[in-house]
Design a protein around this ligand. Structure first.
Ligand code: NAD
Length: 362
């Protein structure tokens, strides 16, 4: 299969970690007879330096013309004082809007080799943590009308939470499709005991469920879900929820798995062109030192293969290779603690080790 991937290396550790993900993709291409071609696109601080704009239209066009986009990270102290609408992070908002990605998908997976990094009790972690939160990204209260006004001699503020059936349906479908590619369990999270938007959410999810008889749908109130994520995370496969609930729950979920350097994400819209990036930032404190953990980016590339290119076996290979390297005791500096006989790997060595593990597989 031939695929064109737009590559945004970005700032800070971005170029280092993206390099390792590309090495891994090349090994997968070789093994399975695919052809991945890469188109570099500038976004963030480096684009400000080059073009005076964090994401010029011509760079966005490169991303829109590709089959998917792999992103490192953007931003850094060098650009902290530039005006708000010119900040590197504006590039992030612009690319999400430009690509029309309305669904953010963040896995919460604990690697058994790193279990001691979880703040949860061992008996909870031992049951396994491996779920995805599918969060609606461009609707709900964050995008409703916001206003502050005087009423009865005091200030009053309002933020409007609004969802249409079609907005709920399109994110619901991503939830069902994601569950179909995993263990086929979907938990729809809302606050239907209080909110009209949640009652509409729930009814749309149940209507959609008729089209996905192979997926088991359950409902959960968001307050209960926040408790269940720390009490019994093993029960979840895929959680689908609206923007603000997803924002809060996905941060909670990433905390229970340990290191920020390990977690990938995807953002998807109507087509298969997705935006794949680790959840961390550009880590300027460690940039250029070859000590960053590239695994979040490598696993983002695996998500691209699974969810945009329909290459589940190839994605499995990458995830299995990461597991093998961790089992062999290799660690980047951020995940070094808690264990005997661990071996230190730099960013590029970690990429090489993952490549070698893929090559060594049958
Ligand atoms: P950060 O995620 O960059 O770093 C937080 C801490 O985690 C740092 O100590 C860093 O060294 C460490 N860390 C992060 N990724 C790591 C990795 N792969 N391996 C090892 N250690 C890692 O967050 P921050 O310091 O708050 O932000 C730095 C810059 O990144 C800011 O300019 C911020 O705006 C930007 N940012 C960008 C994105 C993005 O591009 N999507 C997301 C968040 C922050």
């Amino acid at each position: 299969m031939e695929k064109k991937i737009a590559v945004i290396r970005g700032d800070g550790i971005g170029p280092e970690i993206v390099n390792e993900a590309l090495k891994v993709l090349d090994v997968i291409a070789e093994k399975y007879g695919h052809r991945f071609s890469y188109v570099d696109a500038d976004m963030g601080g480096c684009a400000i330096d080059k073009y005076g704009d964090p994401l010029p239209q011509h760079e966005l066009d490169k991303c829109l013309g590709a089959d998917s986009v792999l992103l490192g990270a953007v931003g850094g102290p060098k650009w902290d004082s530039v005006p708000g609408n010119m900040r590197p992070e504006k590039g992030l908002l612009r690319i999400r809007a430009g690509m029309g990605v309305y669904s953010n998908n963040r896995p919460a997976k604990i690697w058994k080799q790193l279990a001691s990094a979880s703040p949860l009790k061992p008996e909870i972690v031992e049951k396994g943590i491996d779920f995805i939160i599918v969060r609606e990204l461009i609707g709900g209260v964050y995008f409703g009308e916001h206003k502050t006004f005087e009423d009865g001699g005091e200030k009053v503020s309002e933020d409007v939470m609004r969802y249409s059936e079609s907005e709920i349906e399109r994110i619901g479908r991503i939830g069902f499709e994601t569950a179909r590619k995993r263990r086929k369990k979907l938990c729809s999270v809302e606050k239907s005991n209080v909110l009209d938007t949640s009652r509409l959410w729930k009814s749309v999810m149940h209507r959609l469920a008729e089209e996905y008889p192979d997926v088991e749908l359950s409902d959960m109130l968001v307050d209960n879900c926040a408790m269940q994520i720390v009490k019994n995370p093993a029960q979840f496969d895929v959680i689908v929820t609206e923007n603000m609930f997803g924002d809060i729950l996905s941060d909670e979920a990433s905390m229970i798995t340990g290191s920020i350097g390990m977690i990938p994400s995807s953002s998807l819209g109507a087509g298969t062109n997705g935006l794949y990036e680790p959840i961390h930032g550009s880590a300027p404190d460690i940039a250029g030192k070859n000590i960053a953990n590239p695994i979040g980016t490598v696993l983002s590339a695996a998500m691209m293969l699974r969810y945009s290119f329909d290459m589940p076996k190839e994605a499995d290979d990458i995830e299995e290779a990461v597991g093998k390297v961790l089992s062999d005791g290799w660690r980047t500096a951020d995940i070094m603690s808690g264990g005997e006989g661990l071996k230190s790997a730099g960013c590029s060595e970690m990429g090489d080790l993952i490549c070698d593990a893929i090559k060594a597989m049958k």
